[in-house]
Design a protein. Structure first.
Length: 280
């Protein structure tokens, strides 16, 4: 692991690091924020998965998360959204290829060799960061925005023993029924729709749910509501009596101004769960 930068931030450290990924078969960059509490003890960790076109840097710089993480004593992890590099497949469309990994393990065509983002986020990167940083492995939460919200919700419901808390900002909730999903899944996973369903949070909510409260925020001025399909997951949560809140807020769009407006609530949601776990 190579240190690219480390900066003092809210009495903690914001670092950016590079390593070679065996899953993605390329160099990957990720960011870690360690709160000041990590100087004297291991701390819980919140994964933040970003949306289409983003890198590790977008949320690190624009979500205004570090101050609240410092106040609540939790670390933040900002991974990239896809493999990258000259030898990694790409596409001219912004919502396919590099910057658009959709947090799946690709099985189809040219994407299969590199686009293993599910395994990268849930297995490979955790194995590295828990060796290198003072983090509590049994106190992990996960959140994300848009495509990243889709990733956070699907990973949390599929791996409930790994993630103790989950939230999402304007997530893609029903990708098997949306053009933000059908297009990418057809490319990454092939034409068999049955293979897509394990990456659909509405279906997972119907089948599995989650063991703790689920927090979702969505703006009603979001330009992408027809692609995000918030009503699909909201209805599934209500039908299941899932503990949690699906907040629709007036005036907010899909931007980082929306995220920074609600990031405090999300970090406190995770901290209230992660800081009160009884860990052996």
């Amino acid at each position: 692991m190579e240190i690219l930068s480390e900066n003092f931030c809210f009495d903690g450290t914001q670092g950016v690091y590079k390593h070679y990924s065996e899953c993605c078969k390329c160099d990957m960059i990720f960011a870690v924020y360690l709160p000041p509490q990590a100087k004297v003890k291991s701390v819980p960790v919140l994964w933040y998965l970003s949306g289409l076109t983003c890198t590790h840097e977008n949320a690190m710089v624009k979500a205004a998360a570090q101050g609240w993480a410092a106040e609540n004593g939790i670390a933040l992890i900002f991974p990239d959204t896809s493999p990258r590099g000259e030898n990694v497949p790409n596409h001219d469309d912004y919502d396919l290829g590099q910057g658009a990994g959709f947090y799946v393990n690709a099985t189809h065509g040219k994407w299969a060799e590199n686009f293993q983002m599910w395994d990268y986020i849930t297995t490979e990167l955790p194995s590295l960061i828990f060796k290198k940083f003072p983090l509590i492995k049994n106190a992990q939460g996960i959140t994300g925005h848009s495509m990243g919200g889709h990733g956070a919700l699907t990973m949390a419901m599929t791996l409930p023993n790994q993630y103790q808390s989950v939230s999402a900002f304007a997530p893609i909730t029903n990708p098997t029924k949306s053009e933000w999903g059908k297009k990418q899944f057809h490319e990454y996973l092939g034409p068999d729709i049955a293979a897509w369903e394990k990456y659909d949070s509405t279906i997972l909510m119907q089948d599995l749910g989650f063991h703790s409260s689920v927090l979702i925020d969505q703006g009603n001025d979001d330009n992408f509501l027809d692609l995000l399909k918030p009503e699909s997951l909201k209805n599934a949560m209500e039908k299941r009596n899932q503990d949690g809140k699906y907040n629709m807020s007036n005036g907010y769009d899909h931007s980082y101004f929306f995220i920074m407006s609600f990031i405090k609530n999300h970090i406190e949601h995770h901290a209230n769960i992660l800081n009160n776990l009884h860990i052996d």
